[in-house]
Design a protein around this ligand. Structure first.
Ligand SMILES: C[S@@+](CC[C@H](N)C(=O)[O-])C[C@H]1O[C@@H](n2cnc3c(N)ncnc32)[C@H](O)[C@@H]1O
Length: 279
């Protein structure tokens, strides 16, 4: 693994300008265009349970987490929607969903899911670092291991802050920084630190089955980035699977680790109102 993304990290100059496509975005698009069918096949039994909205690798139910609240009538953007499973479930609750994803193959799987469920909404093929939507278009932007895992947070966080209306909710799940340091350059998670915590930003994977570039920051860096973009942290929900949990994403041998340490988590953020005190 290596860090070779076109970085937009604090204190550095982004090597691509607004509207241009960074090399990690091209790489990730190539991955998802070629691996989409296999990904959907492998995870269908977890993702396509239409009556069960859940989060993350271990499928922790939304009814236990309460991230969204009432979404009826909300203008909502699924930010890296894949095959739209999560969007279909929120649309069924009355949200006015738009799905956005980099990969045409993933979006085509989404259209198939819409036909199967009879729930439909518009989808847009775009890069989450530079979306085509107007300022303040949405009350809710969310993703479950979507854009926020695969694009540079120094581009995506300002972009989502731009898209949200004041008081709007930004909720996203991703792997934890703790998991990153406990995996490092190994294939599976361990109980010792395997890479430095400070300086983490992106990792590029060269496994033939998994050729992505993924992103992560130290906790303090996330919080400073959110605040710099007018986003207040309402919660950080660390997802602890039950002892009997299963996952289509990872080997069952990883469950004991996930019972002891946070494997993935959900950031819950609120776009500040202009008159909010103190910030
Ligand atoms: C792990 S899938 C998650 C999708 C869905 N939530 C699920 O659980 O299957 C990640 C998705 O993010 C999309 N993605 C990656 N980078 C992106 C970017 N820069 N802009 C938009 N979508 C992106 C991929 O195409 C892929 O569909």
């Amino acid at each position: 693994m290596s860090d070779n993304s076109d970085t937009a990290a604090e204190g550095t100059t982004a090597s691509t300008g607004a509207g241009e496509t960074a090399s990690h975005v091209r790489r990730n698009r190539q991955h998802w265009e070629t691996r989409s069918a296999e990904y959907q096949q492998r995870n269908r039994s977890q993702l396509n349970r239409w009556d069960d909205l859940a989060w993350g690798v271990w499928d922790v139910p939304e009814r236990e987490l309460g991230v969204f609240g009432d979404v009826a009538g909300a203008d909502a953007l699924e930010y890296g929607c894949g095959a739209c499973q999560s969007g279909i479930k929120l649309a069924a609750q009355g949200a006015r969903v738009t799905g956005m994803d980099l990969s045409g193959a993933q979006l085509r799987e989404g259209l198939t899911n819409m036909q199967a469920t009879g729930v439909s909404f518009p989808v847009v093929q775009a890069d989450g670092e530079h979306t085509p939507f107007a300022d303040a278009s949405f009350d809710l932007v969310w993703c479950d291991h979507g854009v926020m895992s695969f694009a540079d947070p120094y581009r995506t966080v300002p972009e989502v802050a731009r898209l949200l209306r004041p008081g709007g909710l930004f909720a996203f799940s991703m792997l934890t920084p703790l998991l990153w340091v406990a995996v490092g350059d190994q294939d599976e998670v361990g109980r010792e630190f395997r890479m430095p915590y400070f300086g983490m930003h992106s990792l590029t994977f060269d496994d033939p089955q998994w050729r992505t570039t993924e992103f992560q920051l130290p906790y303090g860096e996330w919080i400073r980035l959110f605040r710099a973009n007018g986003l207040v942290v309402e919660d950080l929900l660390e997802l602890r699977p039950p002892a009997e949990a299963t996952s289509t994403y990872v080997d069952a041998a990883e469950l004991p680790w996930a019972r002891d340490y946070p494997y993935d988590h959900v950031w819950k953020l609120r776009k500040m109102r202009a008159d909010a005190p103190g910030d």
